[in-house]
Design a protein around this ligand. Structure first.
Ligand code: SF4
Length: 450
């Protein structure tokens, strides 16, 4: 690769951030009921706004003023990636689903009937992919432990009940079912005691991933109540605390100007002073999210605490299915001190048909993007499917003994013995998920099928 292929992006200097200008910015959020109150949407046709109402009645919608004013380029709407990332689009529902809901809304179907229709459609959208509800739920003393998932030996996922919303919602979210107010679908913790009891009983667990929703929607005092107990000696086996969050995109004010921002940063410092590694698992989809000065200030502040920021996000049609976008995203992350960590494949749930990218194309985009950055930005694994047996990475397309195949690798497995095992699938240009693939070389099953 020639040096000229490597992109150069200059970060704006920290001095561009004007704290006084944002200090009084209040968090203001719009949901489906307030769609019509968003001034910028008035530039769209009435038909388009109706389409958005229809989709927002089935899939969760929530966007805040910062995203509207600072992240979306309204000159580029509807193609703007952040608009696609946050605002409902007609194609996000399959035509048969869209038509049923649109007709019901036009005919002003009674509320109870409309609700039942919407609930049926949601049920058809695979609300809990990869067996999340049935397979990853841990037990303690014969009882289900609420609000936890334990799929991989060393890592426990914790869903604190007060962190099950986000500052905005992503239209492609694989956890969308947790946001639509259906109690049966909600995974949430009652309190941190259960987490502690479970971790006491599982010394093999080294990592706790606090996730949601977005745990950083919580007040610091609530987050502290969950995390502080883990700093005591009895939890010495917990070496890393990860916090999954998109706050650095949707509300960077969380660590800059919110009333308890300083306390949150103090908590981050305390975790590290207790000898643990704190990793903020930041979710990014497009370099546009990293442009505002306050977004960069938030990153700087977190890094100042000693915490590491690792970036991950899915590859999505309409948003980032372009190698140049990924190259610029990774390069900008590196310049801001963030470690590119994962490129995911969009999961088989919700509006997946709108966002999905075939696995072969996903790998081509990944490879093309990798070729545009230097080695230091090539830390992102991918494209990776978080599937039922484990995280499966597409390693490439090749030919073995005259057979064209897709090479894959299990990078994380339900069974620890599967980790790092390579395997091969028949070449399939249309496959968008693991279950579309068939074993190569005439094999009947993949090794994990047994
Ligand atoms: S921030 Fe994460 S959990 Fe929240 S809507 Fe987006 S993808 Fe889903």
């Amino acid at each position: 690769m020639s040096k000229s292929n490597i992109i150069a992006i200059a970060s704006p200097p920290a001095s561009e951030f004007d704290a006084d200008a944002v200090r009084h910015q209040r968090f203001k959020v719009y949901t489906a009921k307030q769609l019509d109150q968003i001034p910028q949407l008035q530039q769209l046709s009435a038909e388009r706004r109706f389409e958005m109402q229809v989709v927002a009645s089935v899939l969760p919608f929530r966007v805040n003023q910062y995203v509207i004013d600072e992240l979306i380029n309204w000159q580029q709407v509807p193609a703007d990636p952040i608009f696609q990332l946050t605002f409902p689009q007609r194609g996000m529902l399959k035509p048969e689903h869209y038509d049923r809901v649109a007709e019901a809304m036009r005919n002003e179907l009674p509320a109870a009937e409309l609700k039942a229709l919407i609930s049926d459609i949601r049920g058809e959208l695979n609300p809990h992919p990869a067996g999340q509800l049935e397979h990853n739920i841990p037990m303690l003393d014969g009882e289900v432990v609420e609000g936890l998932q334990h799929k991989y030996r060393e890592t426990v996922l914790f869903f604190p009940s007060s962190g099950q919303v986000c500052h905005s919602y992503c239209t492609f979210c694989f956890r969308w079912a947790q946001f639509v107010g259906d109690k049966d679908l909600k995974i949430a913790a009652r309190e941190s005691n259960q987490l502690q009891d479970y971790l006491r009983a599982h010394p093999e667990v080294t990592d706790v991933l606090v996730t949601g929703g977005d745990p950083l929607v919580m007040k610091t005092r609530n987050l502290r109540a969950y995390l502080e107990p883990l700093l005591s000696e009895e939890f010495d086996h917990i070496r890393t605390i990860r916090i999954g969050s998109k706050a650095l995109t949707f509300w960077p004010q969380r660590v800059v100007t919110d009333d308890d921002a300083e306390d949150l940063l103090a908590l981050f410092r305390e975790i590290q002073a207790a000898g643990k590694h704190l990793a903020l698992m930041a979710h990014y989809n497009h370099w546009q999210e990293l442009e505002p000065a306050i977004a960069r200030e938030a990153i700087r502040r977190i890094r100042d605490t000693g915490a590491q920021i690792r970036a991950q996000g899915p590859l999505l049609a309409h948003i980032n299915d372009d190698a140049k976008v990924w190259a610029r995203l990774w390069q900008t992350q590196v310049e801001l001190g963030i470690i590119p960590y994962y490129m995911f494949v969009e999961r088989d749930t919700g509006a997946r048909h709108y966002f999905e990218v075939p696995l072969v194309k996903a790998w081509q985009i990944y490879r093309d993007a990798m070729q545009q950055v230097s080695g230091i930005a090539r830390t992102a694994r991918g494209p990776s499917m978080s599937s039922h047996p484990g995280k499966v990475e597409i390693q490439g397309v090749t030919e073995i003994n005259g057979e064209k195949v897709i090479a894959l690798r299990m990078i994380q497995g339900r069974n620890p013995d599967w980790v790092q095992r390579p395997f091969f699938a028949k070449y399939n240009e249309d496959a968008t998920w693991l279950n579309h693939l068939e074993p190569a070389f005439g094999e009947e099953r993949f090794f994990f099928d047994d």
